[in-house]
Design a protein around this ligand. Structure first.
Ligand code: GDP
Ligand code: K
Ligand code: MG
Length: 295
């Protein structure tokens, strides 16, 4: 039997469970999760190697209606990715029914020839009878290659989904070794872990205006990894929120992030966090580039 491999994109509006699915498949916390929308901005590659095949997953940032240059960038990235992959997983939240965001994405799919698998997630929250009418609705918008109901959280039917995906892989090389699950630099994952902690610990108004950049990551002679990270916010008031009373919130962010990063790297770390105000960073192309959003 020849080895099969290929790239597969995961798309869907915020909070349908893309990161949860990725984590369920890959089995390690790589894609970050939060109840707040838009926590995943960059593509995250997860690699699943099994059954003489390898699937390289791209957790694409959401396809959104235009809001800012960052929104535009995310749309472009997401759409161009869809042409380059072997299959697209379009995730929807079966417990909520079709919403405007789902419809918007389904309409964008019209222009691509790549097979799209409709993945109806969160079936643990619904009665099975609720699926059929929803499938009928979705079928009106696009000709899906497959329709697979799953629970990413519980793991139900996720193996079936993987088998379906494997059908669409061409013969190809093993791109990554068996034990490699991501090709992103560790710095990116560290920044995402820090951002995740902030999102969990702050209120609604802050998350959309933050970005985390790793300024320095170096191993000291005693083996401790020294990481210096800057948290960018748009307003002084947000800086105050993130720092918290007598630095309490920032300390807690650091404590939680350090635990996760130490697990990830398997070594002791020293984490230094700075908060800087960078006005309107979301609309400045250069700043976006500085933060690693390459066009
Ligand atoms: P993303 O924005 O599409 O990446 O969504 P996330 O993976 O961050 O998930 C958003 C929320 O939905 C989280 O609270 C998840 O725990 C929850 N969630 C994801 N998949 C499932 C599922 O299969 N069942 C249930 N009940 N909750 C889920
Ligand atoms: K999310
Ligand atoms: Mg996500």
């Amino acid at each position: 039997m020849k080895f099969k491999s290929g790239f597969v994109a995961i798309i869907g509006r915020p909070n349908v469970g893309k990161s949860t699915l990725m984590n369920q498949v890959i089995g390690q916390k790589i894609a970050i999760m939060s109840d707040k929308p838009q926590t995943t901005r960059n593509k995250i590659h997860g690699v699943y190697t099994a059954n003489n095949s390898q699937i390289v997953f791209l957790d694409t940032p959401g396809i959104h209606k235009r809001q800012s240059k960052l929104g535009d960038y995310m749309n472009q990235t997401a759409m161009s990715t869809l042409h380059e992959v072997e299959a697209v997983l379009f995730l929807v939240d079966a417990s909520e029914g079709m919403g405007g965001g789902d419809r918007f994405i389904a309409e964008q799919l019209g222009s691509i020839k790549t097979p799209v698998i409709l993945v109806m997630n969160k079936i643990d929250k619904i009665e099975p009878e609720a699926l059929l009418p929803m499938i009928t609705e979705y079928n009106k918008l696009h000709e899906f290659a497959e329709i697979v109901p799953i629970s990413a959280k519980m793991g139900n039917n996720v193996n079936t989904l993987l088998e379906q995906v494997q059908k669409y892989l061409p013969e190809g090389p093993q791109y990554y070794p068996d034990d490699q699950i991501t090709d992103h630099p560790e710095q990116f994952v560290c920044a995402e872990l820090i951002r995740e902690k902030i999102l969990h610990l702050t209120r609604e108004e802050v998350p959309h205006s933050i970005a985390v950049a790793i300024e320095d990551m170096s191993v000291e002679p005693n083996g401790v990894v020294h990481i210096s990270a800057v948290i960018f916010v748009e307003r002084d008031s947000q800086k105050g929120i993130i720092i918290g009373k007598q630095g309490a919130l920032l300390k807690e962010v650091g404590r939680r992030a350090r635990t996760d990063i130490e697990n990830l790297l398997g070594s002791k770390i020293f984490l230094e966090l700075w908060v800087k105000v960078k006005k309107d960073w979301r609309n400045q192309d250069r700043v976006l580039r500085d933060l690693g959003f390459h066009k």
